[in-house]
Design a protein around this ligand. Structure first.
Ligand code: 2IP
Ligand code: CA
Length: 386
């Protein structure tokens, strides 16, 4: 019988495959020389950028669905993601991107999307089919049933940074405001009944660029939070520390989106005595909190989605933190009714809307590692009305 540790291994493995695809798409000289050649022609260039972006996104999502669905039949019908698998190529033809059992068949389908470019299609198909051995993940068998679980997948978070492809951004205090480092692959597992996250894998495909080979290497993080079991690759939980959380300068700090409101930015700037950073990518900002680079990630807008948060949420829970619904927490704080802060849940859609908005995190969010940090944010923002 499949266990939670089998699922963790499978998710880490497929996230590494996804990272390979993300790197392969960016590394492909043909695609990039085409991009450069088309720079003069604004319209075509835009169309190409959009299509190229979509292909990486769609292919990664299909690979995750295929690999996990094949190994875990119970999960097959509960893998949800940001993208549909329908893809429009430059000629306006609609193509359903999917994985075949045979690498050649996948390559043939991809070449239709890529205007007949079989060489590039083969590079991507090989990355999509090639198994990635995982040698550095050891967990004891976890006696947690995997029935009744669903998955939220964001195949490439921070697509804007992925397309821009800036490789020489410099971190400030360990944190990147922009650049390829802000790109993440997010795979979150949640309980279909309670809506609570139970497992998360986050992969950062672009961490270090080797100047000699011009190749990137990445890293991954995981966390499990189920009942009394809390394990992660970030803390020494279970003695399996993979990445140590770096020690932070003293003082309360927040990471924000540049698109947040002036008022929220000002209130937090004041409350954090200037220790506010801005960074791209909802997943990356959560990762900054997970790694202790920032105490909280606050966002007062509705523009993040369940697939942005499920994976980091599980890791944060495993560390004793979480991701709370900002508006609901502020309401409860004002009413003085709060016993437990309201966490995001992943099984209930927003009523009365359709499309991706059904899964928007309405009311904003606070990602935190400790409850006292969440409470501090709520006090600082107590005067805002969402
Ligand atoms: C986006 C992406 C953006 C983020 C937005 C997400 O997901 O993470 O970067 O905005 O909230 O929905 P910001 O960078 O301002 O935080 P995607 O890239 O998958 O569309
Ligand atoms: Ca996203």
């Amino acid at each position: 019988m499949m266990s939670m540790s089998d699922l963790l291994l499978a998710l880490v493995r497929v996230s590494e495959k996804a990272a390979n695809i993300a790197r392969a798409c960016r590394q492909e000289e043909t695609l990039f020389s085409q991009l450069i050649q088309k720079k003069q022609d604004v319209e075509r260039n835009n169309a190409f950028v959009a299509d190229f972006k979509t292909l990486a996104d769609v292919l990664v999502q299909e690979v995750i669905k295929h690999d996990i669905g094949k190994q875990f039949s119970d999960l097959k019908d509960h893998i949800y993601g940001e993208e549909t698998n329908e893809f429009k190529n430059e000629l306006g033809e609609k193509i359903q991107v999917r994985m075949f059992e045979d690498v050649e068949d996948t390559a043939r389908l991809l070449s239709k999307v890529l205007g007949g470019n079989m060489r590039v299609a083969e590079v991507l198909a090989v990355a999509a089919h090639q198994d990635v051995p995982i040698t550095d993940l050891q967990t004891d068998p976890l006696d947690i049933p995997i029935q009744g679980l669903g998955l939220w997948v964001d195949p490439i978070d921070s697509t804007y940074q992925y397309i821009k492809g800036i490789s020489d951004a410099l971190p400030v205090g360990g944190l990147y405001s922009h650049g390829l480092q802000c790109v993440t692959v997010l795979i979150g597992v949640y309980d279909l009944q309670t809506g609570l996250p139970v497992m998360g894998v986050m992969n950062q495909p672009f961490v270090t660029l080797d100047p000699m080979t011009n190749r990137w290497t990445g890293q991954y993080f995981w966390g499990i939070s189920s009942g009394s079991i809390n394990l992660s690759s970030v803390t020494p939980a279970g003695g399996k520390q993979k990445v140590a959380a770096p020690s932070r300068e003293s003082g309360f700090s927040a990471v924000l989106s540049t698109s947040d409101s002036e008022r929220v930015r000002t209130l937090l700037q004041q409350g954090c005595e200037g220790r506010v950073s801005f960074a791209a990518g909802a997943g990356y900002k959560c990762l900054c909190v997970i790694l202790g680079l920032s105490d909280v990630y606050v966002f007062s807008q509705d523009a993040t989605y369940r697939w942005d948060c499920c994976a980091p949420h599980a890791i944060l829970l495993s560390l004793g933190g979480g991701i709370a619904n900002l508006r609901e927490c502020l309401k409860s704080k004002r009413a003085g009714t709060m016993k437990e802060w309201v966490e995001l849940v992943y099984n209930t859609p927003v009523e009365g809307v359709s499309g991706p908005e059904k899964w928007a995190n309405k009311g904003g969010l606070v990602a935190y590692r400790s409850k006292s940090d969440l409470e501090r944010v709520l006090s600082l923002l107590s005067t805002i009305n969402l």
